[in-house]
Write a protein of this length. Structure first.
Lengths: 140, 567
């Protein structure tokens, strides 16, 4: 893959693992399965994690997203409507200056982008955002 | 101890023209005024800061007619809330008498007869007179242009925006933000912006490659006025590359970016801003939602959705001012700012009745100089409207101008179905009025005006209607793009605005046969204003001109082909 500057910056402070985009047909539960695999079924609470994504994608092929969760050791991103929901996992060591990462993702259609953070105390946090992918039209 | 909010409301109650709840005495005051320039401009100067807001001029330098919408549906939390109130309900809400000057300026009812009585509106030479009068009372009043200024007329197109730049510069604005300007192409935009004698602001204008702020468009600018440190933060139209052709300005990315708006508000407050003004092209419902999420903005000057509201809307401690479009209105907002806080304000939406307000001679001359090279082209009469035929555009579903444009597309391009963009600009034409080339350009001019002809399946037509409907009727304002529904010719449909995307549009019917649209069948579709690069076809203004010339006198059948439910 070609590294964008943003991704290179993210690599500077975190270990970025891009999941394979090829894979199985889409199931709505794929994201839930992946989240369960990550959390081991533990409770996930909303809040304590920020996800910045555009409300409407300017280009569904490259949608900029940013996640941050102070105190996280790991943040995983999922695109729930993609054939393969797993997008990226950012891991943070104890010396990481900020627990944040950004990348660009491809979204097949309008869908929820979900971010799960594993915190230093072993708890999990979750947030999500709807990103609309539209064919475009006319604004007044 | 009196809270800031209590103090503001006490102060507001004392302000003669203000009502925080949406019910005020604006109209009573207005109705008591006979139409004179002095009365229109009458304003008891208040506090220590004055803002002058004009927005969405769409290159209308000369006075025009402009009919306000009869259908403007609000969804979700905005159902029945201003600006989604029209006609008699609107007049009742603000206590406006039927047939009054205010009724003519602000609502659609009896439009053509009231237009005969009250005349044309707008004209930037009249706007100049209003601005000069406000500056006479408050010399350091800030003039803020909400954008959609360098687009929308024959001369603006021919000069790539230069006519508007020349005239607006004479008004000496202090700052501006943007939307249609970008459809001039990023190179031309840079060329103009680099030479602007005022601030070009947009906290949400980003470099697309790096997703970082740009140098050309700073997020905010500080002004010292009346001893008050005022920060003006710009907010450009968030959905430019989606609603307009992104390939014309690929270097830029936009979005609402309300988290950065909050950062900018915090930053200017930390730098000592006593008053924070957001000059916005978000559209009214998006501004309302943003005002609820971002704290610390005192005033949002709202543009894009072309709403004209006689009183500001209060969200938390933020007032939102909507100043109409096409040069029809100027808003004046006087503020009392003390100890770093907005303590109260007074507001007036000033309708620009062109027969009542004397044109500023200098600006009138400058406007005529811009038009001089094109006068013969502009004034050529192509046809006229029938005695019962008004041409207008505004409204959620169709206007007669678009019915005429769709007729032109179907007949000139031999199509089954026509699509016309749901833009909100474009002045109106009265019954029995000549239609000039300028009039046609006023409703069609753009840098991507190719009238395409293509084949579409019934299924794809359904996808298009559903997609555009969601831009308008998504219950979350942040997912609305601020235009109206795509206009259709040769096609009828039923829309339930309360349904989610994908299930709003049913009963799509091909009007010429009365048959339901077959998802798998292919139809010949003509349209214009495609956002796709390399769209081919004659220019829409030439298509419409040819059609009008053939018709001579325009008389349209009433369009009842869209059934709206769930509103």
């Amino acid at each position: 893959m070609d590294l964008t500057r943003r991704q290179a910056l993210a690599l500077g402070s975190a270990t970025l693992a891009i999941a394979s985009l090829s894979g199985l047909p889409a199931f709505a539960s794929l994201t839930d399965e992946a989240i369960t695999a990550l959390t081991g079924g533990a409770d996930v609470t909303e809040g304590g994690i920020d996800l910045i994504a555009p409300e409407i994608a300017e280009n569904g092929n490259t949608v900029p997203v940013e996640v941050s969760a102070p105190g996280a050791v790991e943040i995983a991103l999922f695109a729930a409507g993609n054939p393969t929901p797993a997008v990226a996992t950012f891991k943070f060591g104890p010396l990481a200056g900020s627990r944040s990462g950004s990348t660009r993702i491809r979204l097949a259609k309008t869908q929820q982008v979900v971010a799960i953070a594993k915190m230093e105390d072993g708890s999990f946090r979750k947030t999500s955002a709807t990103v609309k992918v539209t064919i475009g039209g006319c604004g007044g | 101890m009196i809270s800031r909010r209590d103090y503001m409301q006490t102060s507001m109650a004392a302000a003669a023209l203000y009502g925080a709840s949406g019910f005020g005495n604006w109209a009573r005051v207005a109705a008591q005024q006979s139409l004179t320039q002095d009365k229109l401009l009458e304003f008891d100067t208040y506090g220590n800061v004055s803002l002058i807001h004009i927005t969405d001029i769409h290159a209308q330098l000369k006075p025009i007619y402009f009919r306000e919408p009869s259908v403007n549906i609000g969804v979700g939390g905005n159902n029945g809330a201003v600006p989604h109130v029209t006609g008699a309900d609107f007049r009742k809400l603000y206590g406006i008498d039927d047939g009054s000057a205010s009724a003519y300026a602000l609502s659609h009812s009896d439009f053509s007869s009231l237009a005969q009585a009250y005349g044309r509106v707008g004209g930037i030479d009249r706007v100049a007179t209003v601005i000069k009068s406000i500056r006479a009372a408050r010399p350091d009043a800030l003039l803020l242009d909400g954008g959609d200024t360098w687009h929308g007329s024959y001369t603006c197109y021919q000069t790539a925006g230069q006519d508007m730049v020349n005239v607006m510069n004479a008004l000496k604005p202090d700052a501006m933000t943007f939307h249609w300007e970008f459809t001039l192409g990023s190179e031309r935009v840079s060329e103009i912006v680099e030479g602007l004698p005022f601030a070009a602001l947009g906290q949400n204008i980003f470099d697309a490659e790096w997703n970082e702020p740009t140098e050309l468009f700073p997020p905010y600018k500080f002004f010292e006025t009346g001893g008050v440190k005022v920060a003006v933060i710009g907010q450009a139209f968030p959905y430019m590359p989606i609603a307009n052709p992104g390939w014309m300005f690929p270097e830029y990315s936009f979005g609402i970016r309300d988290e950065r708006m909050q950062e900018m508000v915090d930053e200017v407050r930390a730098k000592g801003a006593e008053l924070v003004v957001c000059l916005s092209h978000n559209g009214f419902d998006v501004d309302k939602q943003m005002a609820g999420k971002v704290s610390g903005i005192d005033v949002i000057l709202s543009g894009h959705t072309h709403d004209a509201l006689p009183e500001p809307v209060l969200v938390g401690e933020t007032i939102i001012v909507a100043s109409g479009s096409n040069g029809k209105f100027v808003s004046r907002v006087d503020l009392d700012v003390r100890n770093g806080r907005m303590m109260g304000f007074r507001h007036k939406l000033i309708p620009i009745f062109s027969d009542v307000i004397t044109p500023d001679a200098e600006v009138a001359q400058l406007i005529d100089a811009q038009r001089a090279p094109y006068v013969d082209q502009l004034g050529e009469v192509i046809g006229r409207t029938g005695d019962d035929q008004t041409l207008y555009r505004r409204g959620n579903f169709n206007g007669t101008w678009d019915d005429l444009i769709c007729d032109a597309l179907i007949s000139e391009r031999e199509a089954d179905i026509a699509l016309s963009p749901g833009v909100r600009w474009g002045p109106s034409i009265l019954p029995g009025q000549d239609i000039t080339r300028e009039d046609i350009w006023n409703v069609t001019s753009m840098t991507y005006g190719e009238a395409y002809r293509t084949e579409m399946t019934g299924e794809f037509l359904h996808v298009i209607l559903e997609d555009v409907a969601d831009n308008l009727f998504n219950p979350d304002p942040y997912y609305q793009q601020g235009g109206d529904m795509v206009r259709v010719g040769g096609l009828g449909y039923r829309i339930d605005v309360s349904k989610p995307q994908g299930s709003r549009i049913t009963e799509m019917t091909l009007l010429k046969t009365g048959e339901l649209i077959d998802p798998s069948r292919t139809y010949q579709v003509a349209g214009w204003a495609s956002v796709n690069e390399d769209t081919e076809g004659p220019k829409i203004w030439d298509v419409v001109e040819a059609h009008i010339a053939k018709q001579g006198t325009i008389s349209l059948d009433p369009n009842n082909s869209v059934k709206v439910v769930g509103a």
